[in-house]
Write a protein that binds this ligand. Structure first.
Ligand code: SAM
Length: 280
């Protein structure tokens, strides 16, 4: 007799704009203080991957709510994010997911295998581990993150980091699983443009992305991603597809920034919406 599959417990349903009041008036009716106090909601137990993807979804919805000035919705989404454990829980899941996915430090190993053994400076943006480049004595790393998880990491928003003078620019900039974390296509483009302003002439830009961003998006392909980077002023040096992530190494080249928009380059059902838009 066929065995019945054991049912997994249901996952919390992330907030959808349609399920959430959009005006303060309707919010007021749904937030009436209950007569009997409820205990604080228990943090849902999600798998590492589910927590990461739910956080990304909420982060995108938050960005949309803020852009459309829907502050009531933004507040509700922030509450949902805190219930998951906030950025802290997301970063811990990323660290765990990274080591499950590729062995801790594997993305650093791939980058270093393409570098000459000459002294160089490196800026690791969105660094969670704080020790990725510690064993390479020819690299002087600077680690930054919005919410540091390690004493080596400076608390800093890269988008607010002042543009350095040419002599203080970095030989290498790293964006490992950061571009896909940024919620909107335009903000991703702005992030890439800013990396150029922090990189030495002929400096390198290292990008790690979940493979579906370039293999299963209706708005992005591997070729288009290389084209996007060319518009920002970086030429492709090397790339590699590992099991679940794609590694890209680019070199800064001459020319200014050119705009590139959103086009449906790989239509089809079941695709994701990863996209990068660069304003010209
Ligand atoms: C998925 S984690 C990546 C962790 C790590 N680099 C890795 O490869 O596993 C994304 C990180 O990017 C950070 N981040 C996103 N935007 C940032 C910004 N503008 N400045 C600094 N850090 C940022 C987030 O705080 C988060 O810790």
């Amino acid at each position: 007799m066929a065995r019945r599959k054991s049912k997994k417990p249901p996952l919390p349903i992330p907030l959808r704009p349609s399920a959430v009041p959009t005006s303060n008036a309707s919010l007021a009716t749904t937030t009436t203080t209950p007569t009997t106090p409820h205990p604080p909601p228990k943090r849902p137990k999600l798998s590492t991957q589910k927590l990461i993807s739910t956080y990304h979804t909420l982060n995108k919805r938050l960005s949309h709510a803020l852009t459309t000035n829907n502050m009531a919705l933004a507040t509700l989404i922030r509450t949902e994010m805190s219930a998951l454990g906030g950025l802290n829980a997301y970063q811990r899941a990323s660290l765990k997911g990274g080591s499950e996915r590729q062995g801790l430090g594997a993305s650093g190993t791939w980058l270093v295998s393409h570098l000459p053994r000459t002294p160089m400076t490196l800026l690791d943006i969105g660094a969670v581990s704080g020790t990725t480049y510690a064993k390479y004595s020819f690299i002087t790393p600077t680690y930054i993150d919005l919410h540091p998880q390690h004493p080596n990491i400076l608390q800093q928003d890269f988008m607010a980091r002042p543009i350095p003078p040419p002599e203080s620019r970095f030989d290498i900039l790293c964006l490992s699983l950061v571009l896909n974390f940024v919620p909107s296509p335009r903000d991703r483009g702005a992030l890439l443009v800013r990396t150029r302003e922090h990189t030495t002439e002929n400096g390198l830009l290292y990008i790690v992305l979940p493979s579906p961003c370039v293999l299963n998006s209706r708005y992005m392909t591997h070729e288009r991603f290389i084209e996007v980077l060319r518009c920002v002023g970086f030429g492709i040096v090397e790339f590699k597809f590992a099991k679940r992530v794609a590694f890209y190494l680019f070199r800064r080249c001459g020319g200014g920034v050119k705009g590139i928009g959103k086009i449906e380059c790989a239509p089809g059902k079941g695709r994701n919406n990863f996209c990068v838009v660069v304003d010209g």
